[in-house]
Design a protein around this ligand. Structure first.
Ligand code: ATP
Ligand code: MG
Length: 249
């Protein structure tokens, strides 16, 4: 079977080659980021009770790095939500249950979410000094936890296999930390596409876990500021609003 393109973005493409899914990075993509993605995936792939396509090899050809993983036959939760709008609530529920399950695991060798976030805020050149200081102070006051956080948990990173098992991909931002930060990040990712879905998600997560919404909302300015680094013009307005609707106490 010839190599088939499954998905592509500016800097990477994912191909299917038989039983393999090959993520190919563009020329010049930082080697450390590729190896970090492979390492984070390797760290979580054997955690009991989680379905993660295993990394099989990392290679480089003509200056392009690639990560080869098991191919999972199925559709992403995003595709399923788009194809069956009447079932969005049901799919969202499955997604929230899966995220709660991920948060119940520990993976002590992953980076610490707080340290990663401090670095992201310090490096983010679009923040003025006062805002950066306020965000870092707020972050410093957040409780330190060590729950497994995916860091990019959204419907396009969940593949639902034919038997209903849900596989999670894209672990490059995985860390150990406070689950509410991970939830704020998912809320932000959903909001950038569909505010109604995002609110449904937040309500469900908070209800199922008995978490107060304001606790998750406290993380929003921080995760919004970190997302500014992606420099996506279409996201800028919403993100800046969130960074600046800073609930001063
Ligand atoms: N192992 C796999 N088996 C089947 N399909 C896969 C697999 N890995 C990725 N895919 C498909 O490719 C898409 C993109 O893969 P992935 O999420 O790993 O990369 P990405 O979203 O391009 O990366 P990033 O979010 O880091 O920019 C997924 O949404 C899924 O449809
Ligand atoms: Mg992805």
């Amino acid at each position: 079977m010839a190599k088939q393109l499954i998905s592509s973005s500016e800097t990477k493409c994912v191909y299917r080659d038989g039983d393999l899914a090959i993520k190919e990075f563009c020329e010049g993509f930082p080697k450390a980021e590729v190896l970090n993605e492979a390492l984070c995936t390797a760290r979580v792939e054997d955690l009991p009770g989680l379905h993660v396509p295993k990394v099989l090899s990392v290679s480089v050809m003509d200056g392009k790095w690639s990560i080869t993983r098991e191919f999972i036959e199925g559709k992403t939760l995003q595709q399923l939500m788009d194809e069956n709008p009447d079932k969005v609530q049901e799919y969202m529920e499955q997604m929230v249950d899966l995220q709660i399950d991920i948060h119940s695991k520990a993976c002590p060798l992953l980076n610490k979410l707080k340290e990663k976030t401090i670095r992201a805020l310090q490096e983010e050149e679009q923040l003025d000094a006062n805002t950066r200081y306020d965000l870092l102070t707020r972050l410093d006051g957040m409780p330190k936890h060590t729950k497994l956080c995916h860091g990019d948990f959204e419907p396009s990173n969940i593949i639902v296999a034919a038997d209903g098992a849900m596989y999670v991909v894209d672990w490059v931002h995985a860390s150990q930390g406070n689950a509410s930060a991970d939830v704020a990040r998912t809320y932000l990712l959903l909001s950038l596409k569909d505010a109604k879905k995002a609110d449904m998600y937040m309500d469900m997560f908070c209800e199922k876990t008995g978490t107060e919404k304001r606790y998750v909302q406290g993380w929003l300015p921080i995760v919004a500021a970190a997302q500014l680094a992606k420099k996506r013009p279409e996201e800028k307005e919403l993100l800046e609003k969130w960074v600046n609707v800073f609930p001063y106490e």
